[in-house]
Design a binder for this molecule. Sequence first.
Ligand code: PLP
Length: 312
Amino acid sequence: MPVFLCPFIKRLPFTQKMQYSQLSHFFSEISISPIKAIPVDAKHSLSVDIKRDDRLHSVVSGNKWRKLKYLLLFIESKGYKSVAAMGGPYSNFLHSLAFVSYCLGWKCHLYIRGYAEQELTPTLKDCCAWGAKITFVNRLQFREIRSCPPPLSEDTYWITEGGLSHYAMLGMEEVFMEVAGQYDYIISASATGTTIAGLAKAALRYQPKAQIIGISVLNNAQQQSDEVERLIGRKCKNWLIMKGFEQGGFAKSNESVTNFIANFENTHQIPLEPVYSGKSFLATQELADDGYFAPGARVLLLHCGGLQGKRS
Ligand SMILES: Cc1ncc(COP(=O)(O)O)c(C=O)c1O
């Protein structure tokens, strides 16, 4: 396997390495994300609230923090000080993981889908600057480590792709602890399905009226549905993964997404990016235009962060 170990590890001015490997120190940097109400849309008689998880933290934003929190607490409780994970070269999840590892003084080894000579993306440059070791793996190797993790030292914990785990679902539950009132629809972008699984399971308790809608940003909605079902069981019926809003596929974009983002940012002063929030917000608009939501419905739209991806 080709190994690329970044030769430069910058000293970053904005954070001091924590003295104790205690994740809870990090918590003081994480706030409760605000909710922004979008003016009631008279045409559709809808009320739309945006849960600004992109504002949770300047780096570990959106569902990344939700998905990482309990997983990292578990890893820490087992005494590990080294983590390894896999993902794409623009992965928001790996970006957050590398940052938290840097803050905690943990080793972080990232297996990236790509090839050895490839130029580092802005995401990977950050990860390297935070001391992460990068190993590029080709598509075949990537598929292999998805089902069977690479050989790791005993003190290294392997994190499944995108953090997929029950710990990640537990973190998603906290979205509802920060929300007052009941919603009819709760919408988020969906890729692995973990976010939707966590929301759907927690909604049974906290938002029993709500339908949880995952807007698939990849052309594999069925696979995501299967994954959600595997995570929360068949009895839970309050969710669905919608296809048809992928705009060509993962990380592909087009003029309607670009125009929508520009218009939305201009009107509401909320930044979006084209891979996740741009598509899920546009999908919500299109569903409203098509009369999908019942008249007078209350919609909660989750902004899952990932704004670092905007640089690519
Ligand atoms: C910004 C953003 N939104 C949404 C998602 C989808 O989350 P999940 O993989 O849990 O479905 C991801 C992660 O993949 C993401 O980075």
